[in-house]
Design a protein around this ligand. Structure first.
Ligand SMILES: [Zn+2]
Ligand SMILES: [Zn+2]
Length: 114
């Protein structure tokens, strides 16, 4: 008894091809071509996510951005990892002496000027 499904011939057996999908756009992209150039998978993914955000106003699936927003002025940024988000918040808190809120998924913290 053969259980093979020959009609499902999508090239999905390559494990290390990073893909990005977006359920809001109902679309999926392969990052393979960017990897060839950059050889840094994570960076090309982050770059893609930021570009997508810039063009469409939302992040693709699997991205949970770190949102940094000042409580006193309209300054704010979005980051894909905690390090740069915290650095931005601490820098702004120190220079502008504003309290800055960092939000990630259900977590929120505030960086206050010392
Ligand atoms: Zn999208
Ligand atoms: Zn501020």
């Amino acid at each position: 008894m053969s259980d093979r499904t020959d009609d499902d011939a999508r090239p999905h057996d390559i494990d290390d091809t990073p893909t990005v999908s977006c359920s809001r756009c109902d679309h999926e992209w392969s990052l393979e071509y960017e990897l060839d150039d950059l050889e840094v998978g994570n960076q090309s993914f982050e770059q893609f996510a930021l570009d997508h955000m810039r063009h469409t106003g939302h992040f693709p699936d699997g991205v949970s951005p770190w949102m940094v927003a000042c409580r006193r002025c309209p300054e704010g940024e979005r980051f894909l990892s905690e390090g740069p988000a915290r650095r931005w918040a601490e820098t702004h808190a120190r220079h502008a002496r504003h309290a800055v809120e960092i939000e990630h998924e259900d977590d929120a913290s505030v960086v206050t000027p010392e």
